[in-house]
Design a binder for this molecule. Structure first.
Ligand code: ARG
Length: 459
């Protein structure tokens, strides 16, 4: 089939070669952005007197008709026309005749594709930010219900100190908050227009890049035409931000999976977010959490894929850069899906308060309380640590916990121990007293919930 760029060619490529080179199977996702970009471009050509208004009106009407069809999924794309840009141009010419061939005046597919990608990401990042906010909302709601629910806090996956379950949940709220900020910050760079950079060097036509940018809602234009068509850093940044977000979700998934096990039994996923086994009738697997943890792999892969594609490409555009798309589309789909599932999972999961609280009593995570107790009475903390360490060892040897040791044993270890140590050993007291700023004390956590809600309401 004759190509739109076929003038200097003696023969056409075979279909299987076309197929290898084509991006239309995936870049058709950019159809709306491509048409919107073209409408802005041709409007600008009219305003600048580059095309007569009559032509502009005919082209615009043709593009709008195609946009309508695109929205109804009525366009038929062809590999012979390589990508979304040439497919649309061909359809336009078929629709309105040879005047359609004027659309590409003062433009190249290089600035066109970059423009499409900026428009696409601007839309998707905004939608992703909404989903992140939704998830944060669910987390705060859950946290609010569990301010006074205790859960063992871990370091090295060893019980460390008990904490409020709300405090643990809110840790993820703040990770998501930073993720959100990163995406918001990236919008500054995504929202710049490469349109009008031409193939790489600009154009001889008296175009108005600022005007076209404004029509598309961009905040400004790329300053340098070579940079505008060459870099894909805005996509890499998107993939990097997505990787960070997925890393956070994955850590949370790991905890949910552990907590769902018989060994922990801290939470139970709702039936809607779990699956059974085809052979073991008793099984209820936290599949969705596992799957999100697993999907992080492809998002990291997409990041590394594009970093690698870009590292050796000389300025300006190279066909290598067509490889920027599938990873980006896949990441958008993966992250958005993960965020939705995650919010549903958290919202519906059953929290086994009794199991969590029982766990806080079946360990030595109150040992720091005793060391602090002595330190507050003037014993250097290092010595207090040593004394309590020995008491822990005594308990381990006897197979009991600190609360089971009789007062005489304590007082032999240090005369400063008094009967109120048993109150200090109570995990509830231990948590309640940790009211340093950002700590797990209930008063602090209550403040944190209010603070988190305020953040959400400001978005
Ligand atoms: N399909 C191409 C891509 O996605 C569009 C830009 C093509 N430009 C070119 N000069 N071949 O990168």
């Amino acid at each position: 089939m004759k190509k739109l760029w076929g003038g200097r060619f003696r023969k056409t490529a075979e279909e299987w070669v076309d197929e290898f080179g084509a991006s239309i199977p995936f870049d058709q996702q950019l159809v709306e952005e491509d048409i919107e970009g073209s409408i802005a471009h041709v409007t600008m050509l009219g305003k600048c007197g580059i095309l007569p208004n009559d032509d502009v009106e005919i082209i615009k009407a043709g593009l709008l008709a195609l946009l309508e069809k695109a929205k109804q999924d009525q366009l038929e794309f062809s590999v012979a026309y390589e990508d979304i840009h040439l497919n649309i141009e061909k359809m336009l010419i078929d629709e309105i005749g040879h005047v359609g061939g004027k659309l590409h005046t003062g433009r190249s597919r290089n600035d066109q594709v970059a423009t499409d990608m900026h428009l696409y990401l601007r839309k998707r990042v905004t939608e992703m930010m909404d989903l992140m906010k939704e998830l944060q909302k669910v987390l705060v709601e859950k946290a609010e219900q569990h301010i006074e629910t205790l859960i063992p806090g871990y370091t090295h996956l060893q019980r460390a100190q008990p904490v409020s379950f709300a405090h643990h949940l809110l840790a993820y709220f703040w990770m998501l908050e930073r993720d959100y900020e990163r995406f918001a910050e990236s919008l500054k760079r995504i929202n710049k227009s490469p349109l009008g950079a031409g193939a790489l060097a600009g154009t001889t036509f008296p175009i108005d890049r600022e005007y076209a940018a404004e029509l598309l809602g961009f905040d400004g234009i790329y300053e340098n035409s070579i940079d505008a068509v060459s870099d894909r850093d805005f996509i890499i940044e998107f993939l990097s931000n997505s990787s960070m977000l997925m890393m956070h979700l994955s850590r949370f998934c790991e905890e949910l999976i552990l907590w769902s096990s018989q060994e922990f039994r801290f939470v139970e996923m709702d039936d809607a977010f779990a699956t059974g086994s085809s052979i073991m009738p008793q099984k209820k697997n936290p599949d969705m959490a596992e799957l999100i943890r697993g999907k992080v792999g492809r998002v990291y892969g997409n990041l590394f894929g594009l970093l690698t594609v870009m590292k050796g490409t000389p300025l300006a555009y190279n066909k290598d850069m067509q490889e920027d798309k599938e990873g980006m589309f896949d990441t958008v789909k993966t992250v958005m899906g993960s965020l939705k599932i995650f919010a549903g999972m958290i919202e519906t999961m059953k929290v086994n308060v009794a199991a969590m609280e029982a766990a806080t009593k079946q360990d030595f995570s109150n040992a720091t309380e005793l060391a602090d107790y002595l330190a507050a009475k003037g014993v250097p903390f290092r010595e207090a640590h040593e004394i309590v360490g020995k008491l822990v060892l005594t308990c381990i040897e006897k197979g009991i916990f600190l609360a089971d040791l009789p007062l005489e044993v304590y007082q032999k270890a240090s005369p400063l121990f008094e009967p109120d140590i048993y109150e200090a050993l109570n995990p509830y007291t231990a948590v309640d007293r940790r009211n340093s700023a950002g700590g797990t004390g209930f008063a602090e956590v209550r403040k944190a919930v209010a603070n988190a809600k305020k953040r959400l309401s400001e978005k």
